[in-house]
Design a protein around this ligand. Structure first.
Ligand SMILES: Nc1ncnc2c1ncn2[C@@H]1O[C@H](COP(=O)(O)OP(=O)(O)OP(=O)(O)O)[C@@H](O)[C@H]1O
Ligand SMILES: [Mg+2]
Length: 316
């Protein structure tokens, strides 16, 4: 519900629309674009209308991924679901405020075209703190943060004591999500559901992995994010990109261009778990959850305690 998020802001006035999923993490290479395309395809496959926006105007990974998908569909002679897609090119204006307003306008015009005709809008963001990136976080209903399984990646969320592994500080990206959440709540009383996904997990469990996991859980309680079941390091995720496929597409040999392996099946399962962990308003249960969250926030004047406001899976 993007646009109403901007209603009371100095940035614009709009009305209610699609559910917005933002894939964000200021840490580069954490799996945002890969996750964004997989989520888009999952939602298309479940019969929803989906629009996608690439805000990483320099790398354009999501845009290229989807172009490759279109091309592969023609080459292999198969039907592949493609979302309505646009990207926001980086402004070349010299004055920062001019380029920000040009980019803002490009994003809003793009959104205006699709907002009432699509169920979901998925925004892929760059791995850096830009004006558009911050804006995207402010209009998100669901924020998906993939995170590589390492303390280097953890560092953009929180700092830890090297001896006790206790969290000593909330870091810059987590602070900006907090800020986006606060603004969002003040603007249209909605909440941002934040889900962190550990990505590229090693198949051999390590002590480091256990420590990252424990620290993430503690930080999740502090900051109010949920943690989705992780995704393993799998070469197939890298192999998908040039042909634009996802772990959710048909694994017949002529579609995949190679023989499917157990890794394909396991990856599909992981992505399905991720989608279900997001608890999106895809069906009656999801819509009820979203409505419960909305009502909770409306009723409550006290500071948000995230674990209170989610209906546990299976509690319906
Ligand atoms: N689970 C995984 N297993 C193996 N490789 C992965 C996995 N997830 C992502 N990758 C690969 O890691 C690299 C970074 O992924 P991706 O481009 O999705 O990250 P990003 O967060 O969008 O990066 P950037 O910040 O640069 O936009 C890509 O080469 C991608 O194919
Ligand atoms: Mg990317």
């Amino acid at each position: 519900m993007l646009i109403s998020a901007l209603d009371a802001s100095p940035m614009g006035r709009r009305s209610r629309s699609a559910h917005v999923i933002v894939c964000g993490n200021e840490k580069g290479g954490s799996g945002k674009s890969t996750a964004a395309v997989h989520i888009a395809v999952a939602l298309l496959k479940s019969g929803h209308s989906v629009a996608t926006v690439d805000l990483d105007g320099r790398q354009l990974s999501m845009t290229r991924y989807l172009e490759n998908r279109k091309r592969w569909a023609r080459t292999a002679g198969v039907k592949l679901e493609i979302p309505t897609h646009f990207h926001v090119p980086p402004s070349r204006r010299g004055v920062v405020s001019d380029s920000e307003s040009e980019e803002f306008r490009a994003l809003m015009d793009g959104i205006a075209e699709i907002e009432h005709s699509h169920d979901f809008l998925i925004i892929d963001t760059p791995g850096s703190d830009t004006y558009l990136n911050r804006l995207a976080h402010r209009i998100a209903d669901t924020l998906v943060t993939p995170m590589n399984d390492s303390f280097v990646d953890f560092d953009v969320l929180g700092r830890i004591d090297p001896v006790s592994y206790e969290i000593t500080e909330v870091s810059q990206y987590a602070m900006s999500v907090r800020e986006a959440r606060r603004e969002r709540r003040n603007t249209d009383n909605a909440i941002l559901d934040w889900v962190v996904v550990r990505n590229r997990i090693s198949s051999i469990g390590s002590r480091n992995e256990q420590k990252v996991d424990a620290c993430l859980r503690e930080l999740g309680m502090k900051l109010g994010f949920r943690i989705a079941e992780g995704i393993l390091e799998r070469t197939i995720f890298r192999e998908f990109f040039p042909i634009g496929l996802t772990a959710l597409d048909d694994f017949e040999e002529h579609v995949l261009g190679t023989r499917p392996t157990l890794s394909h099946l396991a990856a599909r399962q992981e992505i399905r778990h991720l989608i279900s962990a997001l608890r999106l308003p895809m069906d009656d249960l999801g819509r009820r959850r979203a409505e419960m969250r909305r009502q909770f926030v409306e009723r409550s004047a006290r500071p948000l305690k995230m674990p209170d406001i989610f209906i546990p899976a299976g509690a319906d």
